[in-house]
Design a protein around this ligand. Sequence first.
Ligand code: NDP
Ligand code: 7N6
Length: 344
Amino acid sequence: MTRAVPEPPFAYATPPTTAVAGRLLPPASEADAMSDSSTVGIHDSVTDVFPAPVFRDELADAAPDVRIVSDGDDLAPCDALVTFRYEDRFLSADLDWIHSIQAGVDRFPFDTLRERGITLTNSTGIHGDVVGETAVGLMLAFARRLHVHRSHQERGEWHKPAWDDAFPLRRESACVVGLGTLGRGIATRASALGMDVTGVKRTPVPVDGVDRVSPPERLHEAVADARFVALAVPLTDDTEGMMSTAEFGAMRDDAYLINVARGPVVDQAALVDALDAGELAGAGLDVFETEPLPAESTLWNREEVIVTPHAAGFNDEYYERVATIVRENLRRFDAGESLTNRVV
Ligand code: NDP
Ligand code: 7N6
């Protein structure tokens, strides 16, 4: 079945950012490096998210040569590479352009890519609806106790909740830290359920559906009243460990942390300590300091922690959404225009 995938700017969320890290877009002369005879490689690591052959077929009309490249394959014929994983060998493969099928490109060495003249683009702009649904789904699970009922079901047990365990989301508040594609996707859905939504971003401009936007310097104040704190920032030097002992201390004791950003944004040991001390009610975690989450982690076996396997963005349209960005950027390269979603 072929679905109609909107052309950028995406209808799923906010338009993709064009300079994620504040970098300049390329002059037209740089963009001439690729042409309509470009060879596009699809690194088979994309298979972690969708089948590489399905993606190749989706892109087949966008360039004359679209090929899957596997671990042993030479990258030399490729002008551009679409990938999930980062590998050091990409740096010496004479690539003009790498496209990450993730929004988060924290694994890529920005400075070295810049030195080598390799453009990096990402996939921000495509996850607002699905990650928004997952984050708000986690809030609903905690409020309606769905995770507890499912655990009882697995044991064939019939237990009603205590009279005051479950609560309606309508009267609750959420603070969304990071108000880009993901954050707005979370905020609009939380707001639609009647929640009071506040948020945090470095440039605290008004955001639709968000009652109050604070800068990161006021993070403690921003999270203090929220029943749910949802993290949706990129992993950077500034955001690494931004939620730690002091921040958990600033949160309500009956608050839940939702992390759909990156594991290291949270100091995981401090989170476990805060849960043990009853300083937080629970956590819904899609991302972790180490992935997969190690079997010995104490996060696996806590009733008030819901673990999802970095799956918040998964959906059966993922390959089409990425293909729409890549196709648009191939067109821009050919036309000598600036690329969308450019990071380096
Ligand atoms: P965007 O670039 O659209 O949004 C990032 C937001 O974070 C912006 O609002 C930005 O606003 C804000 N921000 C950046 N730095 C800070 C800071 N130091 N303090 C507070 N706010 C900050 O990215 P996306 O929403 O597409 O993705 C965000 C991240 O989520 C990705 O980088 C990735 O790591 C993760 N992700 C996880 C997924 C999953 O499957 N779990 C799926 C997709 C993304 P401002 O510039 O004003 O600060
Ligand atoms: C695969 C994860 C991102 O940064 O990590 C997410 O985009 C995507 C669905």
